[in-house]
Design a binder for this molecule. Structure first.
Ligand SMILES: [Cu+2]
Length: 692
């Protein structure tokens, strides 16, 4: 065995469930179910359950949230997890631990109650939503979205499948269902490709019209693929730290509860804002519901006495004890339906936000090209990170480690960070006695037509004073996975059979050389309560191709907006997309089945046109799109229409991304602020095998 192999083979990151005695108030790790012999075979029951973390104080019964009750599939075919097989904190979320090449199988059973207050169920043909159908999307995973066939009755990561609970009634099939309809249960089989990136992913329901409702009630969990040793701390300088690194998984999840203790199953972004626009004062693990009415009877909601809980793993303002000398790796997922976080680790004694090292974004480790500037990296992450040099880290000829004091995480975003006590200059040092920090989110405003998301303290962090810190490096080494994934030929080979089974489509044409696609994000003209996407193809000069323009319109589930043909022999084909947000609020672009690279973000250049083109390997599956500005600074609507934008009456700040398509099937791209997705800011895309 070579020295290198020995190092990798002996890497054993300590789990958070360590020898330390766990106090009740300490952060719990999510329930973890790991694959064995290449398979993870589960029963996954979506149902209502009492949730302590989102219950008001007092004698009232615990608030009913919606949870995934997940257990190894019972051999007797039962559709109920045996009692005792899972821990009680279902709301905190389950972690499915998978390895490359594994098969994830699960039987999804819908035992959800009917929806009481679903906004979109009142729309034409959408009444079936009240029956609360559900499904599962594996966010960020590079896997097949296959349908069931006669030969194989299982489905993949397919959002066009809905599982109904027959106890809630039998649906009449309508145009808007656009889906395969299953009763009570659906069998999923998801094959993880051999060269899938190692990292952090997650799962959640994806029913158009009620995604926001189901996720805000608690339905989500996380998926980890591979071993952190695949990308963290592979260099010899890091070796002493490896044995001592504690790893935590942090699911940020929020739910709104009314004064009578019931879940608000149609969440309101302004729950904690009063009638004068004032936010509730900063609190621990929640913000207090406010009375939006300026005067009695004006129709605005009164949330006084209610609370909007912002939890970590279903724990409300837990303690996070950092007891190991090497600090901890935190793997953070924003599982919120719509809330954006601006995360910081505030040190009261230093009166400043502490520096953390950024290891990974959206499930792919990041390691910049040697010599690239922090400003460049700020751009290629779509502005998610405000990067600073890592204090004390010596950079020889390799890429510099990346540090930050804040993580801006829109819904669905993941980040992995190294948390270690640092002195006032940000250099990792042994913690003084009683060293503390507060893990918190600052308030985030998403533009003049957008929302103001609450600030809250999420957890208290206590650093134990530890000897031996001198052996800990000033930064962990990160092995970036993105460069090998930018041309994911290996992934395509793994998916060969699934791709071929999709079948060719002669109407699906490859883009002409040099052509690209443009997607508009806005409120549809004449439909101010909806959200939508528009589209056009651009020629090699960036001029719209006549006949391709589709104005901004709400989601049409039946008609794909885009059809992509894979390259010869089903090799991946990379397209360039320009994402143009015309709205007066920020959006968050997400596309299923692929990861994309941000090539340019005009906003940061301040020029209004795409700036420098980047070729570095940061791969993401969601990117913030900043709101447009009207030339009339008092007009909050950004660009009311595409024509306004073309006529120069407003400025948009497009992001340009390169998307390497390698997986055939039908899937979607959308805004991951689920209030917007449910309102129509989504489109169907079709990828078909090559005809060559
Ligand atoms: Cu949006």
């Amino acid at each position: 065995m070579s020295a290198t192999l020995q190092v990798i083979a002996t890497v054993a990151f300590a789990l958070a469930a360590s020898t330390t005695h766990t106090l009740a108030a300490d952060l719990e790790e999510p329930i973890t179910l790991s694959s064995k012999n290449g398979v993870l075979d589960l029963l996954m029951v979506a149902r209502a359950a009492p949730v302590k973390a989102i219950s008001l104080p007092g004698p009232a019964p615990a608030t009913q949230g919606w949870v995934y009750d997940i257990c190894p599939r019972p051999a007797n075919g039962s559709t109920v997890c045996p009692s005792g097989s899972t821990a009680p904190n279902y709301y905190g979320g389950t972690r499915l631990a998978l390895m490359q090449g594994d098969t994830l199988k699960f039987r999804l059973v819908n035992k959800l109650p009917p929806g009481a207050d679903f906004k979109h169920a009142a729309e034409p043909e959408m009444g079936f939503l009240t029956m609360n159908p559900t499904n599962v999307h594996t966010h960020g995973m590079l896997v097949s979205p296959h349908y069931a066939t006669k030969a194989d009755p299982t489905v993949g990561d397919n959002v066009f499948v809905m599982t109904f609970n027959s106890a809630n009634g039998t649906p009449l099939v309508s145009h808007h269902m656009h889906s395969v309809v299953d009763t009570d249960a659906t069998e999923y089989v998801i094959n993880i490709p051999q060269n899938h990136p190692s990292g952090l992913f997650w799962f959640h329901p994806h029913i158009h019209g009620i995604s926001y409702n189901q996720m805000s009630a608690g339905l989500s969990g996380i998926i980890t693929v591979g071993d952190m040793a695949d990308y963290i701390c592979r260099g010899p300088a890091c070796t002493p730290a490896k044995q001592d690194l504690n790893v935590r998984h942090l699911l940020l999840k929020d739910s709104q509860v009314l004064a009578d203790g019931t879940l608000q199953d149609q969440p309101d972004p302004s729950f904690c804002t009063d009638g004068n626009g004032n936010q509730a004062p900063l609190a621990q693990g929640l913000c207090a519901g406010q009375n939006q009415s300026l005067s009695p009877g004006d129709g605005a909601a009164n949330y006084a006495g209610g609370q909007w809980f912002l939890t970590v793993n279903g724990n409300r303002y837990p303690n996070i004890p950092v007891t190991t000398a090497a600090g901890e790796i935190w793997r953070i997922t924003n599982t919120s339906g719509s809330l954006s976080y601006d995360l910081r680790l505030f040190n009261p004694a230093q009166n400043q936000d502490m520096i953390v090292q950024v290891l990974s974004l959206d499930g792919v480790s990041i390691s910049p090209t040697a010599g690239s500037s922090l400003q460049d990296l700020h751009k290629v992450t779509g502005g998610k990170l405000q990067l600073v040099p890592c204090p004390g880290a010596k950079v020889s000829n390799g890429p510099a480690p990346l540090c930050t004091t804040r993580l801006r995480m829109m819904p669905s975003s993941r980040a992995e960070i190294w948390v270690s006590y640092r002195d006032i200059h940000g250099v990792p040092v042994d913690a003084p006695p009683n060293a503390q920090a507060i893990f918190r989110t600052a308030s985030v405003n998403t533009g003049p037509a957008g929302d103001t998301w609450p600030a809250a303290d999420l957890a208290s962090v206590h650093f134990a004073s530890a000897a031996g810190r001198s052996s800990v490096p000033a930064a962990l080494t990160v092995h970036g996975q993105a460069p090998v994934l930018t041309v994911p030929k290996g992934l395509a080979a793994d998916l060969g059979a699934a791709n071929a089974a999709v079948g060719v489509d002669t109407t699906c044409k490859a883009l002409a050389p040099g052509h690209s696609r443009r997607v508009f994000f806005n409120v549809p003209v004449g439909n101010p309560d909806a959200f939508g996407l528009g589209y056009e193809e651009l020629d090699e000069k960036g001029v719209p191709v006549p006949g391709t323009f589709l104005d901004v319109a709400p989601f049409d589930p039946m008609t794909p907006t885009v059809c992509v043909q894979l390259g010869a022999n089903n090799q991946p084909v990379t397209e360039r997309w320009e994402l143009v947000n015309l709205a007066g609020e920020d959006h968050n672009f997400h596309i299923h089945q692929v990861k994309f690279r941000v090539l340019s973000v005009a906003e940061i250049d301040g020029t209004g046109v795409p700036g420098k083109i980047f070729t570095q390997g940061v791969l993401m599956d969601n990117v913030p799109l900043l709101h447009a500005d009207n030339v009339d600074a008092n007009n909050p609507l950004g660009c009311p229409s595409v024509n306004d934008w073309r006529a120069g009456r407003c400025t948009a700040y497009p992001a340009v991304v390169a998307i390497p398509f390698g997986i055939a099937g039908d899937f979607v791209y959308h805004c991951h602020i689920l209030e917007h997705e449910d309102g129509g800011m989504m489109a169907r895309i079709r990828v078909r095998p090559s005809m060559q």
